[in-house]
Design a protein around this ligand. Structure first.
Ligand SMILES: [Zn+2]
Length: 230
């Protein structure tokens, strides 16, 4: 059964992408489907009354701001010991009480189960309009990175991690600093780990032990971003 528009309660119609054949044209004329054009977008539903794309999942999104979501991410990045990111952050992100409050608020939402892409969009704005099941969200606090979520066919988020917007290979060990390097970048420089532990979970925590010359390098990642060196 099709979901309904939260604004006008009318039943939404699915959006079809690509060059329509005669059957699809007729279905569109009957109002059973909306033609979305040749470029596939993230939007799946259309309200004929509001003449707008509608995401039924957005209705269950938390009433949170981008700032609160970023605070939640900061608390997640800072949750892994030993040590922590050295980077000093602008207000309010350096305020531990603000982090705790955002964490409590967003965890109540995330604890209900996997979030849906539409719920994230309601908080963060639309992801990059690219086809596929990975959705790239821009976050002002990390201008060089995308917050990339992978979703299953029902649009439930199954994976979250940071990815670099423009490739920036690691060139020296000095670059291996918290919040400066992503896991694939560390791995490309240091080679495969000699030990690893994927704890996964909401924060997508991972541990890697690398050998660099005679040295051992222990690295902790959250959402693939290096947060601590052991
Ligand atoms: Zn509507």
């Amino acid at each position: 059964m099709s979901p309904k528009c939260a604004r006008c309660d009318r039943t939404l119609v699915p959006i079809a992408y690509g060059l329509p054949g005669p059957e699809l044209h007729e279905a569109a004329q009957r109002g059973e489907v909306h033609l979305g054009g040749c470029m596939p977008m993230a939007e799946e539903w259309w309200c004929g009354a509001c003449r707008a794309y509608v995401d039924p999942d957005a209705a269950t999104a938390p009433d949170a701001s981008v700032e609160e979501f970023q605070l939640y991410l900061v608390s997640a990045l800072r949750s892994v010991g030993p040590g922590g990111p050295e980077t000093s952050l602008p207000a309010p992100y350096n305020d531990q009480r603000a982090q705790v409050a955002a964490k409590a608020k967003l965890e109540a939402w995330l604890d209900r189960g996997l979030p849906k892409v539409g719920e994230l969009s309601a908080v963060l704005g639309s992801p990059l309009p690219i086809p596929g099941n990975v959705f790239w969200f821009g976050l002002p606090l990390w201008p060089d990175l995308w917050f990339a979520v992978t979703a299953d066919d029902a649009r439930f988020v199954t994976d979250r991690r940071f990815v670099r917007r423009e490739a920036r290979p690691m060139r020296s060990l000095a670059e291996l600093r918290p919040w400066n390097v992503l896991l694939p970048e560390a791995e490309a420089f240091l080679g495969p780990p000699i030990e690893k532990l994927d704890r996964g979970g909401r924060e997508n925590r991972t541990f890697r032990r690398y050998r660099h010359g005679d040295e051992r390098v222990d690295a902790y990642f959250v959402y693939d971003l290096l947060v601590s060196l052991g």
